[in-house]
Design a protein around this ligand. Structure first.
Ligand code: CMP
Length: 135
């Protein structure tokens, strides 16, 4: 038996700047993912650093934190059968130039950093990330 699964999406500050938040949510809903919970917030430096702690040693980390704290984000709990992989498929590759046609990042991202949205990369990450924002 398949079981419904949950995952975390974050709509990032560049999507708010380019005013495509609604269009991203529309892609998510059309893919059959159900919105269970959603919050609009502005991440602090500490929150962004803790959320992305696995990238702490990467050269892009300081820029990533600056960008993720530069404006509003929407954190969204999504549910579907196979939600983690389903959402990753419609999100597309981190680098928008490598993302498949029709994916969120192909449609709305402008660079590897300013890539419009985030998605949990595994069921374990989804659990940790949902706990982080929704307790
Ligand atoms: P996300 O899926 O949220 O996970 C980590 C984030 O770091 C990623 O999306 C990008 O915003 C950013 N990122 C990943 N790789 C790079 C890179 N090579 N250069 C700049 N930013 C990156």
């Amino acid at each position: 038996m398949h079981k419904k699964e949950r995952t975390l999406a974050i709509i990032k500050p560049d999507a708010f700047e380019s005013k495509c938040v609604g269009q991203i949510i529309s892609v998510i809903e059309k893919a059959g993912l159900e919105i269970i919970n959603m919050r609009l917030l502005r991440l602090s430096n500490n929150e962004a650093s803790e959320f992305y702690s696995e990238h702490k040693s990467k050269p892009f980390f300081p820029d990533l934190i600056e960008y993720m704290t530069s404006g509003s984000v929407a954190v969204i709990e999504l549910e579907a059968y196979n939600a983690v992989n389903l959402y990753r498929d419609i999100l597309g590759a981190t680098d928008p130039s490598k993302a498949a046609e029709g994916t969120i990042r192909k449609l709305f991202a402008s660079s590897k950093q300013r890539n419009a949205a985030h998605g949990s990369d595994s069921t374990a990450s989804a659990e940790r990330e949902l706990q982080f924002f929704f307790g």
